[in-house]
Design a protein around this ligand. Structure first.
Ligand SMILES: NC(=O)C1=CN([C@@H]2O[C@H](COP(=O)(O)OP(=O)(O)OC[C@H]3O[C@@H](n4cnc5c(N)ncnc54)[C@H](OP(=O)(O)O)[C@@H]3O)[C@@H](O)[C@H]2O)C=CC1
Ligand SMILES: CC1=C(/C=C/C(C)=C/C=C/C(C)=C/C=O)C(C)(C)CCC1
Length: 875
């Protein structure tokens, strides 16, 4: 529960001034004594799902804003205690370029005894102030970002206990077992470590609010496996993949779910079949089907930190019954021991069940504590994992799979929620959750392939094999294919079917389509990135396995091993589950929102951010109008996107934003031909070009980036209003701070500075968005300004040498076009944004722009000037 030492801090302190870490679990406050200079001290807060870590001696502090609030990746900022000048400078640069999510910070050393560093992240509420009082440091936290004392700290807020689940809510018709894991209190270290201090105990009394999102369980999965009937027909079920944790780890973050069985109060003692008594110390997490507790033997007094065991509790006749049978039949500890010796392995990730039994209407299984699930790790901030870690995981899992397959069982539900990682060693990976395990080879005789012989689509819908979709008994190939899907997903954060809200049979159809097109599958997930050769080989191998074929595990492992070695990795090495670059700078965001029947118009759609935005929205089913000045380039992009998305409803129209005639002709065509326009994305842009003028005599950057889009929006506004709810997205930039609006020399005729002129045009984009929001109030048309991040596109073609050198320096922190497109897509599809208008967004969340960009008076003046320059009247 409480982070004292170990992996959290190790992770936290591992790199330079900033690093990734796994979020600490609970509310904690600690006075850091400066007497103990040699000892390490950790402090952590979970403040309405935000956490601060502080470590004094290594002078590192970190904060992790909550995923509950923000759909995009978490960020970690670590700064020195009493930050040094270098740190502050670094922070300033990082904040200025929005590399880190800092919007405000302050350091001061008013006197020798009291210094502080305060940081405010993009979360509205975060402010952490580190004060030193004599020989002690104290952390104060306050909502509004300014110094507070602990009395006003929201730490005192009470958590509400999850209400018991009503009987009628428990069972209802829904999908096949969609397992979603909710960490009740997030375990960071293995429960074996650490002691709970009295103070901590007190803090633990504070209850967390658990909002109830009912995800009703599958009837069939609650029924005894013996009573389960095979459904001959594949039942068509509406499944929203995003609603399942492992289908989209990022989406489920923080979502609290209620288990089919009501929780048993902590402190309850249960007795297993061998009369051993187990005390439920703490509810760790829950899925729709079961609850996991930290437990200790009843005669021992232990805090949750000392619990060496975990207990899974579910319905008496539910999937735990199947799991219990599996453990009794196939995974006895001595069998595992024997296997280890025979195969000269140092480790085999098969949990040993040390007790099982019934308690009232529940069945429970007890295991030695295995750490935390991979799902939890990913929920804590890793949308994707580094290739090296995925290879390590896969090799460990292949060992486990080879063992269970040899014991005649298929796991049949491989996904991150069923994989545990020992948080102490970080080298031990366990395969758990055998609730769907299937004995495919009873007595050495492989079952015959028969579709519909079992309930179709059982297990986690995103990762189950095609055989499971079809209701055929899963065999070796099912597990290996599922593992392949998992690896792809962990590495890339997507699968062709993972972001679409589809029926289970539609997902099955996608899997069927790709089973014979591995290059296509890999391309679809990796997009423009270089794919892992090892993974591609693995997929090719396992997708071609016959139903009864015995896989060549040695060959499969050799391929992955070779690749791991080439990357300088080994199985002995700790898993590095932190994807630093992606995490901090990637800003990947995911949503299942479909746009079928919607029309999107996007300018500059043939390359860079525009092209990736088009690709994504095309995959969501929208009709797309690509407004481009170069038709040849546009056709190439259109062809590629059509092939990739399967969406043929993508048209190209010529638009040159540097010529008002072209804009008018284009708009006329759209107004005549299109029945509706739901999303207008003013994306095209030009940056820092040598001085030149548009056809109408406007300075090029101001003319294209602002005036061109201003006119286009004006000409399309009635169509947008008629199509409401509709949205306008203006691509601005953090570069809006590089310039001001020179009302008296808007065309930079007296003085041209290419960077400032670009800044002026991007500032104009934000001011235009603000004015639009005001003028379009109550029309159902909303407007958003976006900073996409610093993105590796063709935009920099006019940059001067100095800036290009700078570009090289910041390159490691820049985004790919796919990453750069995420905030635009977010503004285009996120349903809640219907209620917001006029804001500035970056990293898929509201962001802070400069004061000049919030100047409504200037916005009004710019509006008037723009109308005048374009010769239009727009009130
Ligand atoms: N990349 C970055 O780091 C950042 C980008 N932005 C903004 O994001 C937007 C997209 O930029 P990005 O994808 O990076 O840049 P690219 O240069 O890759 O793409 C710009 C697009 O705009 C088109 N375009 C340029 N001039 C005109 C014109 N006169 N008429 C019609 N289309 C035109 C280009 O067409 P063609 O291919 O024919 O040249 C191209 O399709 C821009 O508004 C930019 O200011 C903001 C912050 C940072
Ligand atoms: C100037 C400069 C830098 C580089 C900035 C770059 C490369 C910005 C690119 C911005 C873009 C592309 C904006 C588009 O709208 C550093 C190294 C951060 C630090 C100091 C000054």
């Amino acid at each position: 529960m409480i982070v004292r030492s170990g992996s959290a801090r190790k992770a936290l302190c591992s790199s330079r001034n900033f690093s990734h870490t796994i979020r600490a679990p609970t509310i904690r406050e600690e006075t850091i004594s400066s007497d103990n200079q040699k000892k390490s001290h950790a402090s952590s807060y979970d403040l309405k799902n935000r956490t601060v870590y502080a470590r004094r001696n290594r002078r590192i502090l970190g904060l992790v804003p909550s995923r509950n609030t923000y759909p995009a990746n978490d960020h970690v900022i670590c700064v020195s205690y009493n930050a040094s000048v270098t740190t502050v400078l670094w922070l300033k640069v990082a904040a200025w370029f929005q590399i880190l999510p800092i919007v405000w910070w302050e350091t001061a050393r008013p006197n020798r005894n009291c210094g502080f560093t305060a940081i405010r992240a993009k979360s509205k509420l975060c402010a952490f102030i580190f004060e030193r009082h004599g020989r002690h440091a104290r952390i104060c936290v306050k909502d509004d970002g300014f110094i507070s004392d602990q009395k006003s700290s929201p730490l005192s807020r009470k958590r509400k206990v999850s209400p018991p689940v009503k009987e009628e809510e428990k069972v209802s018709q829904t999908t096949s077992a969609v397992i979603t894991q909710t960490p009740v209190k997030r375990l960071l270290t293995s429960p074996r470590k650490g002691k709970a201090s009295p103070k901590v105990k007190e803090q633990e009394e504070v209850k967390e609010t658990i909002s109830v999102t009912l995800q009703t369980p599958d009837k069939t999965s609650l029924a005894s496996p013996r009573n389960r009937k095979a459904s001959p027909q594949v039942k068509e079920e509406e499944v929203k993949p995003m609603s399942s944790v492992s289908q989209s780890p990022s989406k489920s973050k923080g979502r609290k779910r209620v288990c089919a069985v009501g929780p048993v109060p902590e402190g309850t003692v249960v007795c297993d079949q061998s009369s051993k008594k187990w005390k439920l110390v703490e509810l760790l997490w829950q899925t729709e089907l079961d609850l996991t507790y930290a437990v200790c033997q009843a005669n021992q007094q232990a805090g949750s930190n000392e619990c060496k065991y975990m207990l899974r509790l579910g319905a008496k006749e539910g999937h735990l019954f199947n799991e219990q049978n599996f453990h009794l039949r196939a995974a006895k500890p001595d069998a595992v021991e024997k296997w280890l010796k025979l195969h000269k392995l140092d480790f085999l990730g098969i949990p040993s069940c040390v007790g099982f039994g019934l308690h009232e209407a529940y069945r429970f299984l007890v295991f030695p504590s295995m750490g935390q699930t991979l799902q939890t790790v990913m929920d804590e901030g890793n949308c994707t994992l580094p290739e090296k870690a995925v290879l390590q995981l896969a090799l460990r899992l292949l060992d486990a799979l080879e063992f269970i397959h040899e014991k005649e069982y298929a796991h049949a539900d491989i996904h991150a929620g069923n994989i545990y990682i020992n948080t102490d060693s970080q080298t031990e990976v366990f395969l758990s959750g055998f609730g769907h395990a299937f004995r495919f080879c009873p007595g050495g005789k492989h079952v015959e392939y028969r579709q519909g012989s079992r309930t179709a689509h059982q297990g986690n819908i995103t990762f189950i094999s095609l055989d499971s979709h079809k209701g055929a008994g899963p065999s070796c190939r099912s597990d290996l294919q599922s593992l392949g899907y998992c690896m792809l997903y962990w590495m890339t954060g997507s699968l062709p079917w993972s972001h679409l809200s589809q029926t289970s049979s539609a997902i099955a159809a996608e899997k069927e389509r790709y089973i014979s097109d591995i290059p296509g599958l890999v391309r679809c997930c990796y997009k423009q990135k270089k794919a892992s050769v090892a993974l591609q080989d693995y997929l090719t191998n396992v997708m071609s396995l016959q139903y009864t074929e015995k896989p060549d595990y040695t060959l499969l492992k050799a391929g992955l091993h070779e690749s791991l070695q080439k990357m300088g990795g080994s199985l002995k090495e700790s898993l590095n589950l932190m994807h630093l670059h992606r995490e901090m700078f990637g800003g990947q965001w995911s949503s299942s929102t479909r746009l079928d029947g919607k029309t999107v118009l996007i300018t500059g759609a043939n390359t860079g951010i525009g092209k990736e935005t088009t690709r994504d929205l095309a995959k969501r089913g929208a009709r797309i109008i690509m407004a481009c000045r170069d038709l040849e380039k546009a056709e190439r992009a259109q062809k590629e996107i059509m092939e990739d998305s399967g969406n043929q409803n993508i048209v190209i129209k010529k638009l040159d934003l540097s010529d008002t005639k072209s804009i008018r002709e284009f708009a006329e065509l759209i107004n005549n031909e299109e029945r509706a326009l739901h999303i207008l994305i003013n994306n095209a842009g030009i940056m820092m070009c040598p001085y030149s003028k548009t056809a109408d005599g406007f300075e090029m950057q101001f003319g294209v980036n602002h005036l061109g889009h201003f006119l286009l929006t004006f000409l399309l506004i009635d169509l947008l209003k008629r199509s409401a709810p509709s949205r306008i997205i203006n691509l601005s930039s953090m570069a809006h701070g590089w310039g001001t609006i020179a009302l008296d020399d808007i065309n930079s005729e007296r003085n041209y500075h290419s960077r400032r002129a670009y800044g002026q045009s991007k500032l104009a984009n934000i001011l235009f968005t603000r004015s639009l929001a005001k003028k379009l109030k109550d029309t159902g048309v909303t407007a958003y300004a976006v900073h996409p991040g610093i993105v590796r596109t063709e935009l920099k073609r006019h940059m001067n040498l100095g800036l290009l050198i700078m570009w090289k320096i910041v390159r490691p922190f820049t985004k790919t076009s796919v990453q750069g497109a995420q905030t635009t897509i977010y503004c285009a599809v996120q349903p809640e944004l219907d209620k917001e208008s006029g804001g500035y967004y970056s990293n898929c969340r509201p962001s802070r722009c400069t004061r000049a960009a919030r100047d409504d008076e200037m916005a009004e003046k710019l509006w008037e000037l723009s109308c005048k320059m374009l010769g239009i009247v727009w009130d």
